[in-house]
Design a protein around this ligand. Structure first.
Ligand code: 8YV
Length: 313
């Protein structure tokens, strides 16, 4: 029997690559010397697209895959997929929740500590050979015992909260509706920011959350406050963030995600009060292997006409 044709838009870990190639005829689109030519020749035969959370699938490309039956994301975020179009055209979309939750939450806590204790700039100071001549650095902010706010209390938000329980402060959150959790609820992110020393962004990027971390929210967080974003850059008004950081209207930020990744606003590079990482919340071998496995199990279910393990659409 001929193998099903899968168009692959993002590279996977070796175990994921092997699992995919064992089962399907895979076209790694990112390696195609001439994508246009490839789509013309093979687009009509593609039944499945494999992609990452941040690569998604553009409608322009989707338009050229008339036999598309499923977009299997190796990632939890589906903000780069037009779900409305998927519903309309009748193809499925799957993601990989749960298996990356711990890793993203771990990274969020690391990011908070890195930003508040100034570890990233301090590491650079040491590597630049400045310690012997210039001595000790200015003192940083205490991390424990603070008022922690989490915007978006989904799986990842809850996992961040579970870890924050060990820090001896108070935990609040804002999300669409209050949940049965022992944390204080605020109806708006503005009210949450006002009541927080550290504001974690853990909500999905949706049209209604775009730019929601705006100047007013940053001013409410205040000159002692820190922003930590492990979700999507689109939720933050980046120019407003840059000016709040530059003017000391917030104390600092830890950012793993950016609006126009992999491009990062250059103004951030020279600011001493930010910690920056290149979207690596889920970037552990364990998480990526598990994500690839869940992604492949969705493809298998799709092609076998079984219920999809983790459907979005
Ligand atoms: C990665 C992510 O970008 O899961 C997501 O939504 O943003 C990340 O885990 C990714 O999809 C890795 O393949």
């Amino acid at each position: 029997m001929a193998m099903e044709k899968v168009l692959q838009l993002a590279k996977l870990v070796p175990a994921g690559e092997a699992a995919l190639r064992d089962r399907y005829e895979v076209f790694p689109f990112y390696e195609a010397p001439d994508r246009e030519e490839w789509v013309n020749a093979h687009g009509a035969a593609v039944r499945a697209v494999v992609t990452s959370g941040h690569d998604g699938l553009s409608n322009d490309l989707a338009d050229r895959l008339p036999a598309l039956g499923i977009i299997a994301i190796s990632g939890v975020g589906y903000d780069r997929i037009d779900l409305e179009r998927a519903r309309r055209k009748g193809y499925r979309v799957t993601n990989t929740p749960d298996v990356l939750t711990d890793d993203v939450a771990d990274a969020g806590i690391g990011m908070m500590i890195m930003a508040m204790r100034n570890f990233q700039a301090a590491g650079q100071y040491l590597r630049d050979g400045r310690w012997p001549n210039e001595g000790d650095l200015p003192l940083a902010s205490k991390v424990s015992g603070k008022r922690y706010g989490i915007y978006g209390l989904g799986r990842i938000g809850e996992a961040i909260a579970a870890r924050l329980n060990g820090f001896g402060g108070s935990i609040s959150y804002s999300s669409r509706a209050p949940k049965a959790v022992p944390y204080r609820y605020y109806a708006t992110v503005l009210a949450l920011a006002e009541a927080s020393d550290v504001l974690f962004v853990a909500a999905a990027a949706l049209p209604e959350t775009r730019g929601i971390i705006n100047q007013a929210v940053l001013d409410a967080l205040g000159p002692q406050g820190f922003l930590v974003n492990m979700s999507r850059g689109a939720l933050v008004d980046e120019p407003a963030l840059v000016s709040a950081l530059r003017d000391g209207r917030i104390a600092g930020a830890g950012l793993d995600v950016f609006a126009a990744e992999p491009h990062v606003p250059h103004e951030l590079f020279s600011l001493p009060n930010v910690a920056l990482t290149p979207h690596l919340g889920s970037a552990t071998m364990a998480a990526r292997e598990a994500m690839a496995q869940v992604m492949v199990s969705n493809l298998e279910a799709f092609f076998a006409n079984r219920p999809l393990p983790t459907p979005v659409v």
